[in-house]
Design a protein. Structure first.
Lengths: 104, 149
């Protein structure tokens, strides 16, 4: 299975951070046809979960209507320099990835 | 084909029900809603209602015109107190529900994502605050649809 890549970066905001992630993923809707006229099966990221120091802070549930290579930003309040931001995602075929960043 | 889809959706809904009862503390993910092909089904599944109050406390930033419907950037911020849940809907897309965000007290005031749009349509953003749904929308004119098929 192809290795999926997840990038995660953080920016400090007024009262916390803005986490931005880029997930390399085709996000197929199941509506498209390949060059032979066959349907390309549906394949999409189902959720992206964020946590700070192990505490869950929010989930972005996605549908197949989110653009290929999802590029998402999400603001999280009350985060200090030195806290650990973790992100975890899973798609409809059970492929998943997780990354961690120390906020600086 | 429609029938087949309906069967698949029912099956997925049933399956997720079992899974959700096992994960008692995890919020249920509305899987069926994400695959629903009409906006009413998706909305009832997620919002439990089609009633929402228009609010100027949700700020939706989307392009007025998009050359390519495959990548339409949207940016949402809200000043509504303690948002509990946020839904992004494009009514005329093949699958109208794009995203449901479950927030905690530390999140929900700002997010940004890129979405696909099948054609010129409204982007609707619903925010639940204090048990009530609020909505804001903006029309995006799309030159080339981005859902394929």
């Amino acid at each position: 299975m192809a290795k999926r890549r997840t990038r995660l970066k953080t920016e400090i905001t007024d009262n916390g951070i803005r986490a931005t992630c880029l997930i390399k993923h085709p996000m197929e809707t199941g509506n498209r046809l390949d060059s032979d006229g066959n349907k390309i099966p549906i394949h999409y990221v189902k959720y992206v979960k964020f946590s700070i120091n192990g505490e869950h802070v929010g989930t972005l549930n996605l549908g197949p209507g989110v653009s290929a290579d999802p590029y998402l930003s999400f603001e999280i309040a009350d985060v200090k320099v030195g806290d650990t931001l973790a992100l975890q995602w899973e798609d409809n075929r059970g492929e998943s990835d997780a990354v961690e960043r120390v906020v600086k | 084909m429609q029938n087949l889809c309906a069967v698949a959706v029912t099956w997925v809904a049933g399956g997720s029900g079992i899974l959700n009862s096992m994960l008692a503390n995890a919020a249920p993910r509305p899987d069926a809603a994400f695959l629903a092909r009409d906006v009413d089904t998706a909305m009832m599944e997620v919002l439990g209602t089609r009633e929402a109050t228009a609010s100027d406390q949700i700020k939706l930033d989307a392009p007025l015109q998009a050359e390519n419907g495959a990548v339409v950037p949207i940016e949402v911020s809200t000043t509504l107190p303690s948002p509990e849940s946020i839904a992004v809907v494009v009514p005329n897309n093949p699958t109208p529900l794009l995203s449901v965000i479950e927030t905690t007290p530390r999140t929900g005031n700002y997010f940004r994502m890129r979405i696909k749009m099948a054609g010129t349509d409204n982007v609707m953003v619903y925010v639940k605050s204090g048990g009530q749904w609020y909505v804001t929308s903006q029309e995006v004119r799309v030159a080339i649809g981005g859902c394929g098929g």
